[in-house]
Every structure is written in C-alpha cells, then in structure tokens.
Design a protein around this ligand. Structure first.
Ligand code: COA
Length: 333
C-alpha cells in the first residue's frame, strides 16, 4: 500500500519585525493587553517591493525542496493554501509555479483559512495514496498585514495576525512506520460570518468593488472573538481525539502536537486537555502571531530545525479557523 511521507520542510518570514509597542503608534492598545490575551510579543509584516505572498511561498518551498534533496522538476503537483493571494485570480500557486519553472505541472489553490495547510496536506496525501502523483509540494502563505484595520476600530483582530510562509514536500512511500497515518477534515458554514472578510465578493448588488465599500469597512476582517474562542477549544480536542482513535492511539501516545497558532490561551487549554507537557506542544505565536495557513508549516519547520522531530515520533497537527473549519493529521515521523 502507498502512503505519503513528509521529506522536507521550509519556511520564510519577512525581516520586518513589528512589536506590540509598535502597534500603539496606530491604535489604542498595549503590550500588556496583547501578551495577556494572546501570548503574542511581535509579528512580521511584509516589505513592499521585497515580499509578496508567492515570493515568500517560493522561498519556503525552495528550502523544503533543498532539504528533501529534490528540485522543482521532481514535483508532480502544488497544493497552495492562502486567504491573502497576490491576485483575486488566478491564485498564487500559478505565480509560484512560474517562479519555480514548473510550467505544465498542475497547481491547486485552496482557501480554508487557518485550517488551510491541514486541508492542503490531506489533498496531497490522497493524491499520493491513490497513485496519481508521487511528489507533492504543500504550501501555506499569508500576507495579513495589508488586510487588517490597524486603527483602534480594528484592534481586536489587527493585533493577532502576521505574515509568513511554510512548505512541506510529500513523497510516496511503502513504509507504514514513517508516513501520514490519517487526516480528518471538518467544516460548519453556520458560523461563516463569525470570522470573515466580506469584500471583494459577489454578494454585492452591482459591481463587486465600489468606492463605498472602503468607507463601509467591507475589506476589514470581522471577528466574533468570543465565538471563535469557545468553538476552537472544543473542536481542537475533538479533532485530535478523532485522529488518535482512528489509529488506535490515545493522548499519552502523542510525542509532539503542532497546533495552529491562534492564541496561546487556546493552545494551553488544548495542551492541558490532552495531558501533554509544555515541551510536547510547539508554540511560536509569541514571535510570529497568527499567520493563518502558514502557521502550522512554519511551526513544523522550526520544530524540525530544533531537532524536535525524532524518528518514529507520533506527531499530531491540529487546526481551527474561519468557516468554521477544523482539521487534524496524525503522522508517524
Ligand atoms: N487592545 C486593547 N484592548 C482591546 C483590544 C486590544 N488590541 N482588543 C479588544 N480590546 C478591548 C475591547 O474593546 C473590550 O473592551 P471593553 O470591555 O471596554 O468593551 C475588552 O478589550 C475585551 O474585549 P473582548 O473582545 O471581550 O476580549 P477577549 O478577552 O475576548 O479577547 C481576543 C479578545 C480576540 C483576544 C479573544 O476573543 C480571542 O483570542 N479569540 C480567538 C481569536 C482567534 O483565535 N482568532 C483566530 C482564529 S483562527
């Protein structure tokens, strides 16, 4: 039977560090409030003229490919998750494919918000398991800093988000001891407007983009923070347990949990719920904030760099985000 294995990880974050104190220049907030409620100390914002969504994804992908000992020619398919693409269409996967010199190879752009990377991983995993492709490049990349409202009116979301990209190379293997064991995907559109950006979209009468929209704030991120928090702490636990029981494991079998970096309080709650020690959960939200689809692959790549991914370890990825969406992947490293 064919499985897929992660054989290379990479990430890129912009050089531009924006601290909590830097944010006080634009909005009424404080380092203390942000750290206490979210755990975030600083995040990265892209530098115009240097970073774009696809350029960051390309840098992360090149690093992942190099670490896998492969070149872009070896890749059969790109699955690219982002909610902040370079263009409205076509998606950023096309731009990255062009940059990597892979014309003719299929690319798939998906959204799925903060669960985007786990969804993308699952899609690539199914392609490989079915035998359709042997090698896949899975990417999450976001430029959130140009979408958020940095005035006091937008402070409940603006302080959370940051920019960055992460990538993983998946390859077919027949080794059941070193592979993705299973992935689990969920969504509930009943909560679509609890975390969303309305415009530009076709929900409007007349033109999809108007001058009035800017004044109405249609381009801003709207978030019901309490609803997101309440659902996240339940869904994270559920989807982790689903992955464990699908494979005959329980929480004490987990070596490492890499959760989506939504909020340190959510992550701590899930860690305690699962009975895991602090060093069994990767948290880098302090330095990068919430980078949406990029947060899990960045955290995973950092974990690998720190030597925290050991041969045979049971690794769990878990995500929750807008949609609502929630998802997990259980991996034997
Ligand atoms: N700085 C200072 N004060 C702020 C602030 C900021 N950046 N943002 C909000 N506040 C204020 C509010 O105006 C409110 O003031 P009031 O009591 O005078 O009305 C007060 O802080 C409490 O606001 P509230 O929204 O109830 O705070 P909270 O404790 O729920 O924390 C979040 C807000 C966003 C940090 C929290 O809801 C959260 O983390 N939710 C999950 C978000 C998330 O993970 N999103 C990503 C999904 S993947």
């Amino acid at each position: 039977m064919t499985h897929s294995r992660i054989i290379g990880l990479g990430y890129y974050v912009p050089n531009n560090i924006v601290t909590n104190n830097d944010l006080t220049e634009w909005m009424e907030t404080s380092d203390e409030w942000i750290q206490e409620r979210t755990g975030i100390k600083e995040r990265r914002y892209f530098e115009f003229g240097k970073d774009t969504n696809y350029s960051m994804a390309t840098a992360a992908s090149r690093q992942a490919l190099e670490r896998a000992g492969l070149t872009p020619d070896d890749v059969d398919v790109i699955v690219y998750a982002t909610i902040t693409p370079d263009y409205f269409f076509p998606g950023s996967a096309f731009l990255m494919q062009r940059e990597l010199g892979m014309a003719g190879k299929p690319v798939i752009d998906i959204r799925q918000q903060c669960s985007g990377f786990v969804y993308a991983l699952s899609i690539a995993d199914q392609f490989i398991k079915s035998g359709m492709y042997k090698t896949a490049l899975v990417v999450g990349s976001e430029i959130q800093s140009s979408w958020i409202d940095k005035s006091t009116a937008g402070r409940n979301t603006a302080v959370i988000f940051g920019d960055g990209a992460g990538a993983a190379v998946l390859q077919a293997t027949s080794d059941p001891e070193h592979c993705i064991l299973s992935t689990h995907l969920h969504a509930d559109g009943n909560f679509a407007e609890d975390l969303y950006v309305r415009d530009p979209g076709s929900s409007r009468a007349g033109r999809a983009v108007t001058k009035e929209m800017v004044e109405e704030g249609g381009f801003n991120v709207i978030m019901n923070g309490n609803a997101v928090f309440k659902h996240a702490i339940v869904r994270f636990g559920e989807v982790i347990n689903e992955a464990l029981s699908a494979n005959g494991y329980s929480p004490e079998d987990i070596n490492l949990l890499v959760p989506h970096q939504a909020n340190i309080r959510i992550s701590d709650y899930v860690r305690q719920q699962m009975g895991l020690a602090e060093n069994q959960v990767i948290n880098n939200i302090q330095r990068f904030g919430n980078t949406t689809a990029a947060s899990i692959p960045i955290a995973l790549a950092e974990a690998w760099e720190m030597g925290k991914l050991k041969d045979g370890d049971l690794l769990c990825l878990a995500a929750f985000g807008s949609g609502f969406t929630w998802a997990s992947a259980l991996i034997r490293w």
